[in-house]
Design a protein around this ligand. Structure first.
Ligand code: ZN
Length: 414
């Protein structure tokens, strides 16, 4: 492919224009899902896409799909997209960059007079942030079948407003069924939200994997008794055992570097009285690793630790692994398309994994997908000071442009 480029200034101007909708005093953005501000952002995006010659459709959960025809419209489109909703104290780039990079691809195709073989599509996924309505990644989750449509429609926010009612109120209760879409390929561009690219002085992250997660509840049961009359050697102290377990969780993560994470962020202590030895403690344990083999090893280590602590402390520990999210392996062909896009522009690039969840992780369930990461200042996101430079946005979008045109032509060869 000729080494064509997108228009970086136009991309940046669009980002700044979108950021005015819900702009906060500290320079961030508060555009919560299915609010009037979300509606305004969606309408601006749709206007821009229609001006670029796209047809726009909306599905039952409010996901938006803007389509630019190709030479052969029987081919499944090559798609990109992300989300326009933000955290309450969010930044200008998380999600928005991925959507507007897609828009800039559409505009650049027009500028260069390129007719792609397969159609091109840009999507906006509803409520990726999970801030007003939980869980996160609702729009892409329903489409992938991981979340149930009716359950999502019935979900309420903190004021008791139903998701479906909020969707109707902003006029985005669409007709299309929320079903897996036929895509030739899907590439999502996103700011990294972490420090790796910046530390390694790279412009482009070629995202090969999404991190796997195991979430547990552990109930540690000892025996309540008097803090003054129970000799130390006769105690079954649930909280003291928990303290050891928390340290072990951290050691398990430290022992599986690079990349392992282990966190205990939730604790309930019973009866939580200062002169009674605690009889029961519940904690939440969060283990993460991009490799399934390592995540399984961490799981086995956790179970061994628990058996040992039960014997040493005379307590029982019940472990419930109630959520397992398998590591996402992005499609090799899509990953290679991203790599070639970075090479074509001589951008310093490295392979990386996604530490957070993204819409592309759910798309990868039913279509070949990959992601492009770009650096963000000090790795900070979900914060009003979230920042990235115009040339970094331009680079990510150039790689996306190159990858999508390649994949759209490739789709015609099968
Ligand atoms: Zn995001």
């Amino acid at each position: 492919m000729r080494n064509l480029t997108i228009n970086g200034d136009r991309l940046w101007d669009s980002l700044m224009e979108m950021a005015k909708i819900g702009a906060t005093e500290k320079g961030g953005c508060a555009r919560l899902a299915l609010t009037e501000l979300d509606r305004d952002g969606r309408q601006l995006f749709i206007r821009w896409c229609e001006e670029a010659g796209c047809t726009v459709s909306v599905d039952r959960v409010g996901n938006i799909f803007a389509r630019r025809p190709g030479r052969n419209n029987d081919l499944p489109p090559v798609a990109t997209g992300s989300h326009l909703d933000t955290q309450p104290t969010g930044g200008k780039f998380d999600g928005v960059f991925g959507v507007l990079a897609g828009l800039e691809v559409l505009r650049s195709l027009n500028d260069h007079g390129i007719e792609t073989e397969a159609p091109i599509e840009v999507s906006v996924w509803t409520n990726e942030e999970g801030s007003r309505f939980a869980p996160a990644m609702m729009g892409s989750g329903v489409v992938s079948g991981r979340l149930d449509l009716q359950t999502v429609l019935d979900t309420t926010d903190i004021d008791g407003v139903r998701f479906e009612d909020a969707l109707k109120a902003i006029g985005f209760d669409g007709e299309l069924p929320a079903k897996p879409r036929a895509y030739s390929a899907f590439i999502e561009t996103h700011i990294e939200q972490g420090p790796y690219l910046e530390n390694e002085d790279k412009m482009i992250g070629i995202v090969t994997k999404g991190q796997g997660q195991r979430w547990y509840n552990a109930v540690i049961t000892g025996q309540e008794s008097h803090a003054g009359t129970t000799p130390m050697h006769l105690r079954k102290d649930a909280l003291a055992t928990t303290a050891r377990l928390i340290g072990e969780v951290r050691d398990i993560a430290r022992g599986n570097q690079p990349h392992a994470c282990g966190t205990v962020g939730f604790i309930e202590n019973y009866p939580n009285s200062r002169n009674t030895i605690p009889g029961s403690v519940t904690i939440g344990i969060d283990l993460r690793h991009p490799e399934d083999a390592s995540l399984s090893k961490m799981d086995a280590e956790l179970r061994a630790v628990i058996t040992r602590l039960e014997a040493e402390e005379g307590v029982t520990i019940e472990l419930d692994n109630y959520w397992y999210y398998a590591p996402v392996h992005f499609d090799q062909n899509c990953v290679d398309a991203v790599r070639r896009g970075a090479e074509a522009h001589d951008y310093p690039a490295m392979e990386i994994f996604a530490g957070a969840g993204h819409d592309a992780c759910y798309v990868n369930d039913y279509a070949p997908a990959a992601m492009i990461f770009t650096p963000c200042l000090n790795g900070i996101s979900h914060n009003e000071i979230e920042s990235t430079r115009p040339e970094e946005c331009e680079a990510g979008c150039n790689v996306l442009f190159h990858a999508m045109v390649q994949l759209a032509d490739q789709a015609g060869q099968h």
